[in-house]
Design a protein around this ligand. Structure first.
Ligand SMILES: NC(=O)CC[C@H](N)C(=O)O
Length: 205
């Protein structure tokens, strides 16, 4: 594991950017907002925040970020998507806008607003594989769930019989928002993924 403090960007096109910057800083990373493709060259990993994936997708197109982000993910740089960010790293979306583009990276089908129909917003204790110290408090806000995954995808957590956290190699995704609680263990887990990737170890769990 590298001792260097990793620099982690938060995609700042739309969504709860500030909360992720704070959580990453607490988890011992240098955190900075990223809005332009050139800024991807200076970061070791990227968080895609929660927000509204249709807007984020549209803005990514307008700002010329779709292809650079796809290349960033393909290059093996660690990426963590929360909620709308999870949708953005899915290969396929259900209940999305017809022309909604994603960055991809995780071979999964994600259903937008899946929990939202019954219940707009709720919190639940979620046991996440690889996160020690008991369940994390999952904040679900019009959250997606993972409908199905390909063979390369590890399911890390489920809630109510639905997959809510996954990892495929360098890409981590959760339906819920750990940045909205004071518990930054999921961010610390991601910072470790970034450290391990920076020293050439894919750091699979
Ligand atoms: N909290 C969230 O990020 C909500 C995601 C939102 N429902 C979407 O489809 O993008």
């Amino acid at each position: 594991m590298s001792d260097r403090t990793p620099t982690i960007g938060v995609l700042a096109l739309q969504g709860d950017v500030r909360e992720h910057l704070t959580a990453l800083a607490t988890a011992d990373a240098l955190a900075r907002p990223v809005r332009r493709a050139e800024e991807l060259d200076d970061i070791d990993g990227l968080v895609i925040p929660g927000g509204e994936s249709t807007t984020m997708s549209k803005l990514a197109g307008v700002f010329g970020m779709l292809e650079p982000l796809r290349a960033f993910i393909r290059a093996g740089k660690p990426v963590y998507g929360t909620c709308a960010g999870m949708i953005m790293v899915a290969e396929k979306i259900l209940d999305g806008r017809e022309d909604q583009e994603t960055f991809g990276g995780v071979d999964m089908i994600v259903r937008r607003n899946a929990f939202g129909r019954q219940n707009e917003s709720f919190e639940a204790a979620v046991e996440v594989a690889g996160i020690d110290g008991g369940p994390v408090e999952g904040v679900f806000i019009r959250a997606p769930w993972v409908e199905s995954v390909g063979a390369e995808v590890e399911v890390l957590a489920e809630h109510g019989g639905h997959t809510v956290a996954v990892r495929q190699g360098n890409v981590l995704a959760t339906s819920f928002h750990p940045e909205l609680t004071g518990d930054h263990r999921v961010h610390a887990f991601f910072v470790d993924m970034v450290r391990n990737a920076a020293c050439g170890d894919p750091g699979r769990i």
